[in-house]
Design a binder for this molecule. Structure first.
Ligand SMILES: [Zn+2]
Length: 232
């Protein structure tokens, strides 16, 4: 990914974007666990304290494995194609059993019960990183809304809205100095043709940050799980 420097307001730098505590580490957003190796160069990073930087890793491993199991239809590491995930499931049998316990066979194939709070926590963490990185506007407060679900469960109208296909493009111009603005200057109109989505890794992770009345972060994991986080 092409990297841009942040020329935005300095007040928003120097503290953890997750808890507001002292920073000291750089936290990848998206987390490396949610991507595939080899990792893309120049991954976006957000300032984070040591505790937050490492405090989500079990949850992130859970989400990465859960997603892959759902997509593959099995928790059997021998049948999981992504090597990192297969390895994680071999190594962490407890996690494998936990995901397997949520699996039910139905006439329409397997259905999965999962830990909603855990998935929400991970998605919200990514969103906090994206919003801080892209528009230099950390949101420590609780989000006004967090929604997530499979892309395929959206109606056509919901999907258009989520993808940004029904927006006038320049309607929500990012603030001067933010990375989102610089991206706009460099990439020009193209950004809007692509609905301002940033692909971190094709097929694996993309996100989009917009400023309307507040900030909205949309993410798509594995072209399957869609998530939208809104801060007023
Ligand atoms: Zn923190």
């Amino acid at each position: 990914m092409r990297q841009f420097e942040n020329f935005g307001d300095q007040r928003y730098q120097g503290y953890c974007v997750h808890c507001g505590g002292d920073d000291g580490t750089r936290d990848h957003a998206p987390s490396k666990t949610l991507l595939e190796r080899p990792l893309p160069e120049n991954l976006p990073v957000a300032p984070a304290c040591r505790k937050c930087n490492s405090g989500f890793s079990d949850d992130e491993e859970y989400v990465a494995c859960l997603l892959e199991c759902v997509l593959t239809g099995t928790t059997d590491p021998a049948r999981i194609a992504r090597p990192e995930i297969a390895r994680a499931l071999y190594k962490n049998r407890k996690l494998q059993r936990l995901i397997e316990a949520g699996r039910r066979e139905t006439d329409n194939g397997p259905v999965w019960d999962f830990d909603v709070a855990r998935v929400r926590r991970v998605l919200l963490k990514q969103a906090r990183g994206h919003v801080a990185f892209e528009i230099n506007e950390p949101h420590l407060e609780e989000a006004a809304s967090v929604w997530f679900g499979p892309l395929e469960t959206m109606t056509a109208a919901q999907r258009d809205q989520f993808e940004g296909r029904d927006e006038g493009g320049l309607a929500a111009c990012p603030e001067v100095g933010t990375r989102a603005m610089q991206r706009l200057l460099v990439v020009g109109d193209q950004v809007f043709e692509e609905d301002a989505w940033l692909t971190v890794q094709p097929g694996r992770y993309r996100y989009r940050v917009t400023q309307e009345d507040g900030a909205t972060v949309r993410m798509v994991l594995s072209e399957f799980l869609a998530c939208q986080v809104i801060w007023d």
